[in-house]
Design a binder for this molecule. Structure first.
Ligand code: ADP
Ligand code: MG
Length: 451
């Protein structure tokens, strides 16, 4: 059997609701930005259309007027004055060779201008729009409109004598002040800025609330955990006191009777009593270790010697299953706690290998860059996926006679030592548990370290 490698970290609780709210806010922001930009584009387009329609309207009107009245020198100044064309900047009419035939400023009539736009309009016979600066620096909207005029006298000012009708192409230029249209763009600019500002405020407030909520949430969890641990500590103390003493009497008497007993059946019963009493003793001391970890006791010791003591504690029964890899350094940390962590991890690995063929445990203890790294690896079946996420919670076990306190104790001790615990497991391939402990561990505060 083989499966995907999983890392069971010690992540905090999932923050579902605020994350959901932030996602909704993000969605809302995206929609608001898209619609604001859309409106902005439409208004820019709209303002351009407005100018274009207005300019074409004037151009068409002028076309008719010119056909009707012919070229009068003061026609454009009169029209500009009489018509309600407040937004008109100027009017001009160009002949084929670029000469200004009519202009709202009569002084310019007769001048020749080499204007590329006019040339293009006369050539292509299509209206063109563009923006161009005036002498004052103001940008004006310009429509260059092709006209074919049938004028008496070949397009020269009529003097009433010529009767020949000639049709010639002209370019009529209508220049408009863009401010009415610009007002629309300014309004949508303002709208865009307001939407942006509202989003910034909304986001700042949401992030602030999210941050405060997270802080409060963590504090609450920490308080709840403290209360839970205090209650558990009291219970463990009562247990230790009320159960341990009678338990050692029960065990002592059973051992005493077992020694003098010759009936094998009765002897077996006594053995069971002793065994179960011992199990209860372990449970009470495990409970105490979990609920009331003792204060740190930092001391210097050799890692090599530590490993030898650990091997002796585990007994010769499993010695051929364990591969040792220990540094020869002297370090300073809480030796007792490191021993408890090691025993629990190696014992779990050995338990996992029970009944397997060729099962091995690799114990590695190294000191590097002021960190003690302890690794316990096995090639057993891996952590049962059903309990994998909760494996460090107390009383979670898959063993018939397990307490489920081993990894919970390890976790508490690691935090007490200001260290880190990392569990990796691959179903069918094995488990690797790694503990990193700073060599000079600080003052113990397991809960502080926990959250
Ligand atoms: N090395 C390992 N390989 C497979 N499963 C493991 C290993 N270590 C721990 N476990 C699983 O985690 C559970 C909890 O372990 P622990 O807290 O030490 O309690 P216990 O050993 O009393 O069951 C075990 O019952 C076992 O299912
Ligand atoms: Mg265990």
């Amino acid at each position: 059997m083989s499966g995907e490698k999983k890392i069971y970290g010690l992540r905090g609780p999932l923050i579902v609701y605020p994350t959901f709210s932030l996602l909704m806010l993000l969605l809302f922001s995206v929609i608001a930005i898209i619609s604001a930009v859309g409106t902005y584009k439409i208004s820019i387009e709209g303002s351009k259309n407005l100018l274009e329609t207005r300019a074409i309207d004037i151009a068409v009107n002028l076309g008719f007027t010119l056909e009707k009245l012919g070229f009068k020198k003061d026609l454009f100044p009169e029209l500009t004055e009489n018509e309600q064309w407040d937004d008109l900047a100027f009017l001009s009419l160009y002949s084929e060779d670029g000469t200004i035939v009519l202009h709202s400023n009569p002084h310019l009539i007769g001048r020749r201008q080499d204007d590329s736009w006019v040339r293009r309009v006369l050539r292509e016979r299509k209206p063109k729009i563009h923006f161009s600066p005036l002498a004052t620096g103001e940008m004006v909207f310009i429509l260059d409109f092709p006209l074919r005029l049938h004028l008496k006298g070949g397009g020269q000012e009529t003097h009433g004598t010529a009767s020949k009708t000639l049709s010639r192409p002209y370019c009529l230029r209508v220049a408009l002040h863009p401010y009415p249209a610009q007002a629309i763009v300014r309004r949508s600019n303002l709208q865009l800025v307001l939407i942006g500002l509202s989003l910034v405020i909304l986001w700042s407030l949401s992030l602030f609330f999210f941050w405060t909520w997270k802080k409060k949430y963590r504090l609450e969890i920490r308080l709840r955990e403290q209360e839970r641990m205090a209650a558990l500590g009291e219970m463990a103390a009562v247990l230790a006191h009320e159960i341990r003493n009678p338990l050692s009497s029960i065990k002592g008497f059973a051992q005493y009777h077992m020694e003098g007993e010759t009936d094998p059946a009765k002897r077996q019963d006594m053995e069971i009593i002793v065994e179960e009493a011992r199990r209860l003793e372990y449970l009470t001391s495990d409970l105490l270790a979990y609920a009331r970890p003792t204060a740190l006791h930092i001391q210097e010791f050799s890692l090599k010697k530590f490993c030898e003591d650990l091997a002796r504690t585990l007994g010769p029964k499993h010695s051929d299953r364990i591969t040792w890899d220990c540094d020869d350094y002297t370090v300073a940390t809480d030796r007792e706690k490191l021993m408890q962590i090691s025993i629990n991890l190696v014992q779990n690995a050995l338990d996992a290998l029970e009944g397997t063929v060729g099962g091995r445990v690799w114990y590695r203890l190294r000191a590097e860059n002021s960190v003690i790294t302890l690794e316990v690896r096995d090639n057993g079946p891996g952590i049962d996926e059903e309990i994998a996420e909760r494996v460090c919670e107390p009383f979670v076990t898959t063993k018939t006679k397990g307490t489920g306190l081993g990894l919970a104790i390890v976790q508490r001790l690691v935090y007490a030592l200001k260290g880190r615990l990392n569990i990796e497991s691959t179903p069918g391939e094995g488990t690797l548990i790694r503990v990193d402990i700073p060599i000079e561990a600080g003052v113990p505060d397991p809960l502080e370290a926990h959250y």
